[in-house]
Design a protein around this ligand. Structure first.
Ligand code: D5M
Ligand code: FE
Ligand code: ZN
Length: 578
């Protein structure tokens, strides 16, 4: 036995909050496989025990567990890990602890949603956590904002590229031949922009045409030129891009709307109910207005504002078998705050029976911490070389079951251009991350998994939406509500020239052309989910503990959570690993 072994074991036990008899440590250190022995002994020890006795260790090694388990690491055995999942069941009727309350950033919790198909297979584990163990899963109520029954707008994602599926891995009882995964709107390798003025014109023209196409049938509209030439009076409407918003001396709003023919001013009176919608407007989004022309024809008085929006009747598609996808983002490998232990608990849980139905892992950007992303970031880097960061990330990806399908898009910390759309990683980085044969696509991209379309977008524009809109419409505490705004505007990053950098391309890849069934973002490091007109919006939290910067601006990240989506019901369960 190496001399340092007992000391190491003592340290490890201490790190899990246990003291131990010398004899207990000697027994552990003398075991054939001390590491496993330690895990087994800790698991077998009652939660309230402060000390491990030699008798505890003997019992544990003889296979006589004495109490509730407390899974401690990636090395924990399958049974212990299943209890991690059992928190799902503890969500029935509402979470049992303050901790779970805290993560319920989304609208509320319904027992029914949890009870449907999310109970773990292990009855004992269920009872155990229902009996008051710290819950590690939270489930939202169906937080639909509106109802809908007969949607017709939903179309299949066109142009999808079918993907080869993988073979089954030992220990997970799955049939890869049942899988389907395709990607649309991936602009990787299709960037044509040179950054010239003309490219911006094409991008904005494409944006206007596609979003105006969704609005023109809904209003009686004329173009800016025609309105300018009109003698005035009578009803009028226009579809345009918000070019400017200003207020008059008396507090009314003037929205300058631009179309391909020119700009026309539209006046929203401050005391009209629709004045509240002016708060929601971002520059460069496309809206329609209806109202009447002033007698001199110089201005349009607005009675109604329309957004491209999600149709109220939208009905999402679902998978036709019980299969799940884990939706995560913001791993930030390479940062001193990357939560290695939580990540490893997550990845080892993925190997257990409780996670057997999770066949897809979607990662919405910020795989690594990157280099030089923010001022003074280097002071908090654990790995300073960007390639070494991706190598470390690839190692962590290896912990994920080899038979899972992984899809990744880049984020603002990743080593691709910052301007959006961001193409998927280059060959060198793909090589480094090739271990798992992940699908690497652009930010944003639409991934259709067993019939469920998931719009994946990293989420940088959320900072902008949250900064520009009133607190009740978008805040860091409710990232899903900020996502609703993007769905309403049918564009993932409407405003140009602020936080969000745009790369001009022949077409605007940031338009939300088809309504997705699920909208998955990250970036703000806050967990939140909810439904907007039947579209499930999920912001997936992160795997990075609070950074100094975040501390300085009071950002309290939701770190170490894995939101899991039932693809057949579009219900969510969130598992906690931190
Ligand atoms: O972003 C994580 C969140 O924190 C996101 O809402 C932006 C914000 N953030 C983090 N660092 C900064 C600095 N230095 N300036 C402004 N905003 C910041 P992430 O992309 O993971 O860093
Ligand atoms: Fe991030
Ligand atoms: Zn980010």
């Amino acid at each position: 036995m190496p001399l340092e072994e007992p000391a190491r074991i003592a340290r490890e036990l201490a790190s899990h909050g246990y003291a131990a008899d010398r004899e207990a440590i000697t027994l552990l250190a003398g075991a054939e496989d001390p590491e496993t022995a330690l895990v087994v002994a800790v698991e077998a020890t009652p939660d309230d025990a402060l000390k491990l006795s030699a008798a505890d260790v003997r019992d544990a090694l003889d296979g006589k567990p004495r109490g509730r388990r407390d899974p401690i690491s990636a090395a924990a055995d399958g049974e212990a890990e299943r209890s991690e999942a059992s928190g799902t069941a503890s969500g029935v009727g509402g979470p049992a602890s303050g901790e779970a309350d805290e993560v319920e950033t989304s609208e509320t919790v319904s027992g029914e949603a949890t009870a449907n198909g999310t109970a773990p297979p292990d009855g004992a584990a269920t009872a155990e956590s229902a009996a008051g163990a710290e819950p590690d899963a939270v489930t939202p109520e169906d937080p639909s904002v509106s109802t809908g029954t007969t949607g017709d707008e939903q179309g299949e994602e066109g142009g999808g590229v079918p993907v080869e599926t993988k073979g089954s891995a030992e220990g997970r009882d799955i049939d890869p031949s049942l899988r389907s995964l395709s990607v649309a709107n991936d602009m990787t390798g299709r960037s044509t922009g040179t950054g010239e003025y003309g490219d911006f014109v094409s991008t904005f023209r494409d944006r206007y045409e596609r979003l105006a196409g969704k609005l023109k049938g809904r209003v009686n509209h004329r173009n800016a030129d025609a309105l300018s030439a009109s003698p005035g009076g009578g009803e009028a409407g226009m579809v345009g891009m918000v070019a400017d918003i200003s207020s008059t001396k008396s507090g009314h709003w003037i929205i300058d709307l631009e179309d391909t023919t020119g700009v026309f001013p539209c006046l929203v009176m401050k005391d009209r109910p629709i004045a509240g919608l002016v708060d929601e407007l971002l520059y460069d989004e496309v809206i329609a207005v209806e109202g009447s022309l002033s007698d001199d024809g110089s201005i349009l008085f607005v009675d109604d504002i329309h957004f491209p929006n999600v149709p109220r009747t939208f009905e999402p598609s679902t998978a036709d078998r019980p299969v799940q996808a884990a939706l995560i983002s913001d791993v930030h490998v390479g940062s001193e705050e990357f939560m290695r232990d939580a990540w490893q608990r997550f990845t080892s849980w993925l190997h257990t029976e409780a996670a057997e139905r999770i066949e897809y892992l979607l990662i919405a950007g910020d795989m690594v911490e990157g280099v030089g992303v923010y001022p003074d970031q280097d002071e908090e880097l654990d790995i300073v070389d960007i390639f070494a960061q991706y190598e470390a990330f690839a190692e962590h990806l290896k912990e994920v079951p080899g038979d899972m399908e992984i899809v990744m898009i880049p984020g603002n910390h990743d080593a691709v251009r910052l301007a959006e759309p961001q193409p998927g990683f280059d060959e060198e980085l793909r090589d480094i991350m090739s271990v798992h044969d992940a699908r690497i696509v652009s930010n944003p991209a639409v991934v259709t998994v067993e019939g469920v379309s998931v719009l994946m977008y990293h989420g940088v524009s959320l900072d902008e939406v949250i900064a520009e809109l009133p607190e009740e419409k978008a805040s860091y505490d409710d990232p899903d509500r900020a996502m609703y705004q993007l769905l309403k505007k049918r564009h993932v990053a409407p405003q140009f020239g602020g936080h969000t950098r745009l790369a001009p391309e022949e077409q605007d890849y940031l338009v939300i052309d088809e309504v997705p069934d699920v909208f998955h973002t990250g970036h703000v490091h806050k967990l939140g989910w909810g439904k907007y007109r039947n579209v499930l919006a999920v912001n997936s939290g992160c795997w990075q503990a609070q950074t100094d910067f975040q501390k300085s601006v009071n950002i309290d990240p939701d770190a170490g959570f894995a939101p899991v989506l039932d693809l057949d019901t579009l219900e969510m369960t969130v598992h906690k690993f931190s």
